[in-house]
Design a binder for this molecule. Sequence first.
Ligand code: SF4
Ligand code: SF4
Length: 282
Amino acid sequence: MKRFAVLQLSGCAGCEVSLLNADAWVDQFKLTYMPLVTSVYDVPDVDILLISGGVRTDEDLYKLRRAVKHAKQVVAVGTCAISGGVANLGDRDEVRELFLAQAQRHHVPRLLPKTHPVDAYVDIDLYLPGCPPTPELFMAVLEEDSVFKPSKIVCQECGRKKIRDMRPKHLLGFQQGNVLPDICLVNQGYLCVGTSTRGGCRAPCPRAGHPCVGCRGPSDVFIEKESAAWFTSIKRVFNSMTDIPDEELDAALRSPQLALFLFQFSDYAGGERAIRPKEKVL
Ligand code: SF4
Ligand code: SF4
């Protein structure tokens, strides 16, 4: 029986909850380590190591470097491991100052100056983006003979129709108004970024009437490209489908609400790290 472990670094444990929902692995794989549900204290030798959470503290970095030595295959899972995610929001100076000012924090790990994705420190065999990845995506990683192929973009899984004669003049915000069924959310004035977001999640958000915020990261055409390419493309989509002014789109696309996930769209392009090749992204 294949053995796998889940190393939880700084994150929210949403990925672990999603993995537990994928109960199909229970009869096929042995979960040897996951602090949320096991009382094992260190990562044993495993076939697959899933890493969730970003590297926010010296303890994260220590655990990460130790754990990868025990694994045949290393998979970075979810927004936090791939892009810093929730822990990345704590990079704001004032939050850090407040935290460091607490005199009693002897047992709290030391914060590193900045959150880093795990591939800033160790080699990754496969990336599994999503916040969290769905149970089906976890199974696609665990199963050796999986034939799962994500759709190119979320729109292909959404089922809503893009129409010509419905051109909103302004954005509606994220969750205002009554969402019409079956019609593309962009036609209705919602800031849905499904046109450039990697498929594979089965579009649970837009199908339920919530705009896709891009948690699966860039589709293949935007991987290895700078964030400017993504901004240009998403604005082109809105220009062709709506009459929303560019300034309004710019402000909304740069809003903190989207920042958590949109970091990911440029993180694949390299910068300080090696480029993440699309062949390694599920
Ligand atoms: S833009 Fe959003 S709502 Fe429209 S088809 Fe794509 S995913 Fe669905
Ligand atoms: S629809 Fe978009 S935001 Fe929702 S799970 Fe899929 S990629 Fe993430």
